[in-house]
Design a protein around this ligand. Structure first.
Ligand code: ATP
Ligand code: MG
Length: 199
């Protein structure tokens, strides 16, 4: 069993996340991708007014038609701040037979390696770093050299999607369309719940 975890705030989930996970499935022959919305991220303020439950729900809606995609409540259910290494340790213990992967975009790879215990993290998982427009890899590959050589990090080329959750939130608050930038069900959820509206 090849299990990948994709962490993020998913505020909201958008097609960049989904294309990234889908490419990882095909390029690494994964059996499952577990989307893991963060609880209280150590390095990022969650925008006020959007609950963990809403972020989780949007991930559920976005992944419901893909049998290989699941969403985990593990981090949002924990009281304390979640570090990726702690989450991976949990799944390592729970599924000792599985090969674990962690999927991240180019912008987040360096952050991950600056997180708590990168060496321990990379002893448990293969880190998949997806290309992302605006975050050229040559700028970071020097810092990744050691891990690339140890074959602990793999760079994954994906179709460039220049979309971020920040862009989606801004577009909603400015009254611009987000159709086709997020799955249709997610778009409806955002409007029905009145998320990201200008205060
Ligand atoms: P925000 O603008 O709020 O930071 P985001 O779009 O970066 O949102 P996150 O939830 O922060 O989304 O990201 C979760 C993971 O998905 C990260 O590893 C990030 O690098 C990756 N990711 C997000 N958008 C893309 C994209 N368009 N292409 C490739 N990877 C992406
Ligand atoms: Mg981000």
């Amino acid at each position: 069993m090849k299990l990948a975890i994709m962490g993020g705030t998913f505020n909201p989930i958008h097609i960049g996340h989904l294309v990234c996970a889908e490419e990882a499935v095909s390029q690494f022959e994964l059996d499952q991708v577990l989307f893991m919305p963060t609880g209280l991220p150590p390095h990022k303020e969650i925008r006020k007014g959007v609950s963990s439950g809403a972020r989780f729900q949007m991930c559920m809606i976005a992944t419901r038609d893909n049998p290989l995609f699941e969403v985990s409540r593990y981090e949002i259910n924990r009281e304390e701040t979640s570090y990726t290494v702690d989450t991976i340790r949990h799944f390592r213990r729970q599924q000792p037979e599985s090969d674990l992967y962690f999927i991240s975009g180019a912008d987040a790879i360096l952050e991950i390696l600056e997180w708590k215990d990168p060496d321990e993290l990379l002893s448990m998982v293969m880190l998949i770093g997806a290309t992302r427009p605006g975050y050229p890899l040559d700028r970071i590959s020097g810092n990744l050299e050691k891990f690339l050589q140890a074959k602990k990090v793999k760079i994954m080329e994906i179709p460039g999607i220049g979309i971020s959750s920040t862009m989606i939130r801004d577009r909603v608050s400015e009254g611009k369309s987000i159709r086709y930038l997020v799955p249709e069900g997610v778009r409806r959820f955002i409007y029905e719940e009145g998320l990201y509206r200008k205060a």
